[in-house]
Write a protein that binds this ligand. Structure first.
Ligand code: SAH
Length: 363
């Protein structure tokens, strides 16, 4: 880019309110309000989740909730034109790494940081947040594109980086599912998987009217705080187990695990498992792409669960003996009559352990 164009861009950026405001000053509202407005300089792409958060009070509140400390390295996903980024840069945090897929937004947020005189604190990573490697970070703060909520949370929580908190703006319904607790009508696989390793809480609801363009859905701000101590369970095994449980979460565990199709599937998986290979504690190569593919009623209800469940290349007696092991685990758990969505993770972990002790494996 030549100097003249660059200067012009900077002027345009400043003209559109890319000016410094004080994150911590309450008198900044008017200035900030002007600076958040969307100037329509290019078409926003809804399938990319490009709904810009333009309410300065909400943006301030997100930054406040993130409670950034001096020296923090912040990760932001989908900075867009930088409305939230500007606050993160103005905070006591040492640096912000922002991952953005749209080159136009990369340019916009870069120009914004420059206009604020805070470019030295910002690194923009151009690419898909689900695919790129994240840098080390202490805190993640983001109004993310809602389409990647589940894989992104999986990547944050089961990826290789340790961090203090993730403060994320999410679609309201997704946020409700995320913070649900056992026994809630909407308790689900996503919540169970996330709760295995983190505490989650709802911070505030945000109206769809605070975005440009106005989306169809409302939003909620959620804090995810990874636990210091997580249960000693093989992650792949746990994820496969919760998939089996929550695939039919309104049936009892007894009904789920005694179905012939389930018995045969677990029989195959358990036989496939290499002899004497203890998987506990190793989560290498585990695919954690989706945490919330529970299938609720959908596919399974009212259908013949036994269809296509022929014995194949093994003896019927072997399968019968295997089913006895499943029944044994269920009986000693005393959970056979319970529905998965009512169980705490401790109870689910206990049942998984009882299965594994009897050489019934899910992964
Ligand atoms: N955080 C900004 C913008 C939110 S819109 C604000 O609050 O105003 C969501 C942003 O995420 C857009 O800039 C969009 O281009 C970007 N985005 C969409 N999919 C992405 C992906 N897979 N990886 C990184 N960024 C993505």
């Amino acid at each position: 880019m030549n100097g003249a164009v660059s200067a012009l861009r900077a002027r345009r950026a400043a003209g559109h309110g890319y000016i410094a405001f004080s994150f911590y000053s309450s008198s900044s509202t008017t200035t900030a309000a002007a600076s958040e407005a969307w100037d329509g300089r290019f078409r926003l792409h809804k399938p990319r989740g490009q709904h810009l958060l333009t309410n300065p009070r909400v943006l301030d509140a997100i930054a406040r909730h993130a409670a950034l400390r001096p020296g923090d390295a912040v990760l932001e996903v989908g900075p867009g034109t930088g409305n939230l980024t500007a606050r993160l840069l103005a905070s006591p945090a040492a640096s912000v790494a922002a991952v953005e897929i749209d080159p136009r937004m990369v340019e916009a947020v870069t120009a914004r940081a420059g206009a604020l005189g805070l470019a030295h604190k910002l690194t923009v990573i151009s690419g898909d947040a689900v695919a790129v490697e994240f840098p080390e970070f202490d805190v993640c703060v983001a109004n993310i594109p809602y389409g990647i909520s589940s894989p992104l949370i999986a990547k944050l929580l089961f990826g290789r980086h340790r961090f203090r908190t993730a403060t994320l703006l999410l679609q309201k319904e997704f946020a409700r599912r995320l913070v649900a607790t056992p026994g809630d009508g909407e308790y689900n696989r996503l919540a169970a998987n996330v709760r295995l390793v983190a505490d989650v809480r709802l911070l505030m609801d945000v109206s769809k009217r605070d975005f440009v363009p106005v989306p169809k859905v409302d939003s909620s701000l959620v804090e995810i705080r990874p636990r210091d101590a997580v249960p000693a369970v093989d992650l792949g095994e746990w994820l496969a187990f919760t998939r089996a449980c929550f695939g039919q979460k309104n049936k009892t565990l007894g009904a789920i695990f005694k179905q012939k199709r389930m018995v045969l599937e677990l029989f195959r998986r358990s036989r496939r498992r290499p002899e004497g290979h203890d998987r506990t504690g190793s989560d290498d190569g585990v695919c954690v792409g989706a945490l919330d593919d529970d299938n609720d009623e959908g596919d399974h209800q009212g259908k013949d669960d036994d269809r296509g469940a022929g014995p194949g290349d093994f003896a019927e007696e072997e399968v019968v003996a295997f089913k006895d092991r499943i029944v044994g685990a269920l009986e000693s758990s005393e959970l056979a009559g319970k529905r998965p969505a009512k169980l705490s993770n401790d109870e689910l972990l206990r049942l998984l352990r009882l299965f594994n002790e009897r050489d019934v494996w899910f992964h």
